[in-house]
Write a protein that binds this ligand. Structure first.
Ligand code: NAD
Ligand code: COI
Length: 331
């Protein structure tokens, strides 16, 4: 058996090589994205691994079927860019890496929250715009231990975030559409998302970017949030109506936002070799505000994540080859 890894990034290569040696299975890699042209590179291979936000649709799966490649594993969690029905119709099994490091994303949400609650953006602004380096009255912050944190989506990452915010002493309230039983006795679950939005000082999103969740946070929902509240989105850009968010930030309807994901993310956002400059006017507008922190879809990016993403995705391919299925199958 042999596998092809697409869109490999530098930090993944040592782990790909090590997995190949440890398992005595040939694994080749390319920095190309997987698409209907590049898939030809995987001719005579048994499985494909990729890490990309670009769409994977019917034509790609038809071609994989013709090339007799029965399995695609992504090295990440979110499957919103994949037509899973088309994959199934073409007999392609798709697997993901559901828990490569929920803590990595949760820590990033906490980092963004602290940056905003301690007004770090205003300090950076003063320093970089005016080269001034002193305290100001409006730099006064507020403790997270005195705040209510509303977690929307209590899956792997949401629960990791709950642990961290609890560690900071926050009161946690949570909402999950498919409310799961948790052993976290002191979390207040509310089956009304609007009630959570009314109460929370920090609203932290951890739900998938499914069509059902498109603009989950819209103008009306921003309106019912506290004027002092901050919104954190390390999940998917499609969850938040960007225009409504910009309006809410510009008009003090909410106090700040931490954003690692965006609607219509630039195609090169995960490309570590890209030298393109940002030209999305919405991201530029958000990035210029002192009450935001804007990052290029990097919440996942820790050494722990990278190792687990590579190993689990290649394990997935091997397991499918040996058993015909995988516990990480998503279709
Ligand atoms: P998960 O499947 O473990 O949990 C998602 C939870 O959301 C589930 O409990 C589900 O019931 C709930 N849910 C779905 N729709 C909902 C809604 N409308 N309201 C409330 N709850 C809802 O997924 P996870 O591992 O926690 O990951 C969450 C998302 O984070 C992923 O789908 C992915 O889009 C994103 N993500 C981002 C990064 C990054 O680097 N920024 C990295 C990994 C994952
Ligand atoms: C995910 O795992 O779903 C992410 O958003 C991380 C990214 C590398 C695609």
């Amino acid at each position: 058996m042999k596998f092809m890894v697409y869109n490999v990034i530098e930090s993944e290569i040592p782990f790909v090589k090590k997995w190949s040696e440890d398992n005595a299975i040939e694994v080749d890699f390319t920095d190309k994205l997987l698409d209907i042209n590049s898939v030809e590179l995987a001719k005579n291979y048994d499985g494909i691994s990729t890490l990309q936000l670009q769409p994977m649709e019917n034509e790609l799966f038809e071609k994989m079927h013709k090339l007799n490649i029965p399995v695609l594993t992504i090295r990440n969690v979110g499957t919103d860019n994949i037509d899973l029905v088309a994959a199934k119709q073409n007999d392609i099994l798709v697997t993901n890496v559901p828990t490569y490091s929920p803590e990595s994303i949760a820590e990033f949400s906490v980092m963004m929250s602290l940056y905003l609650t301690r007004k770090a953006g205003y300090m950076q602004d003063l320093l970089h715009q005016k080269h001034q380096f002193h305290n100001e009255d409006h730099f006064i912050g507020k403790l997270i231990s005195d705040m209510t944190v509303g977690i929307i989506g209590t899956g792997h990452i949401g629960r990791a975030a709950i642990k961290l915010f609890k560690g900071l002493g926050a009161k946690i309230i949570a909402y999950d559409k498919f409310a799961v039983d948790t052993d976290d006795g002191d979390i207040e679950y509310d089956n009304d998302i609007d009630e959570l939005l009314r109460q929370a000082d920090i609203v932290d999103l951890h739900v998938p970017g499914s069509p059902d969740n498109y603009h989950l946070i819209n103008r009306e929902r921003l309106d019912i949030m506290k004027n002092s509240a901050i919104l954190i989105n390390t999940a998917r850009g499609s969850l938040v109506d960007t225009q409504a968010l910009i309006y809410a930030l510009e008009n003090s309807i909410i106090a700040g936002a931490g954003l690692d994901t965006f609607e219509d993310e630039p195609g090169d956002i995960l490309d570590t070799k890209s030298n393109q400059t940002l030209n999305d006017p919405n991201i530029i507008a958000l990035a210029k505000m002192p009450n935001t922190i804007v990052t290029p879809h990097v919440a996942f990016n820790t050494q722990e994540s990278i190792e687990n993403m590579v190993n689990t995705s290649l394990d997935n391919l091997k397991t499918v080859m040996l058993t015909g299925t995988s516990e990480n199958s998503v279709n």
